[in-house]
Design a protein around this ligand. Sequence first.
Ligand code: FAD
Length: 291
Amino acid sequence: MKLTELFSKKIPTLSFEVFPPKTSSNYDTVKCATSEIAKLKPDFMSVTCGAGGKTDVYTADIAASLSRDYGVTSIAHMTCVGTTKENAQKRIKELQELGIENILSLRGDIPEGFQIEKCDFKHACALTAFVKSISDMCVGGACYPECHPESANISEDIAHIKEKVDAGCDFLTTQMFFDNNIFYKYLCKLRDAGINVPVVAGIMPVTNASQIDRICRLSGTYLPSRFINIVDRFGSDPEAMKQAGIIYATEQIIDLLANGVNAIHVYSMNKPDVAAKIQSNLSHIIPSVKV
Ligand code: FAD
């Protein structure tokens, strides 16, 4: 199913993101984790890819297995970094042959020393336009409630999001955020800029304290004091931190749903127990959830 069809129903949806193995040696572990999450029957699952195309074969394999073996609609991520027009065309054909109808079109983070200027696609909008020109794939893109770190300001960033949508992007998925008010203000700015595609809210359950440094370093995400207090108090107790992180994410989701945000995407990080707990916490709140 194309995700545009799902979003057009305007009902609450719960979906999970998983990542592929980096090498064949951890393939079985990852496959087992993604299968366990698929058994929860979420509305859809996204499968990330490593920048540079190194994991593309696993991304496609896992995305295909989710829909073929578990009946879960999947979306395969694809990046500009290291992708030529020729291999993008080949990749899209392969995904279509595997029955995958959705792509998340991304630029990817640029590895140190890598010259994106020399690539066929310098920005996600170019890859999006290319995918749309050669296929009828449903294409999503990334957006950043707290501004992409490379953009000078949020207005400039939103102008580029508009280019992405004008290039054919059917929906947007946000970077993680821990303060819903930031998301609500951002949503208003997108709508003011004439961006009217569905916006999927990306929620990261932080289940261990070591994730925090990485999150802040990579994305500059704002951590509200309520969240910092939880990490300070429970960060050294793994089970307590996990429980508190899941509850924090659940509360964020309930607030989003209560404020009319329908599409919730959980960065489940290949953790079936975390995905299952969040889903069961919402069993009466999201009607499609079956526990
Ligand atoms: P773009 O839309 O190209 O934007 C990148 C920067 O360039 C922004 O600052 C933007 O404002 C600016 N820009 C855009 N268009 C133009 C233009 N025409 N001219 C000048 N400037 C422009 N990375 C992975 O490697 N694999 C993944 O699977 C993956 N999944 C992700 C999923 C989500 C939901 C999100 C939010 C991010 C994901 N990322 C992934 C990370 C993403 O690749 C990085 O954040 C990357 O730095 C930007 O990607 P983008 O698609 O937003 O790029």
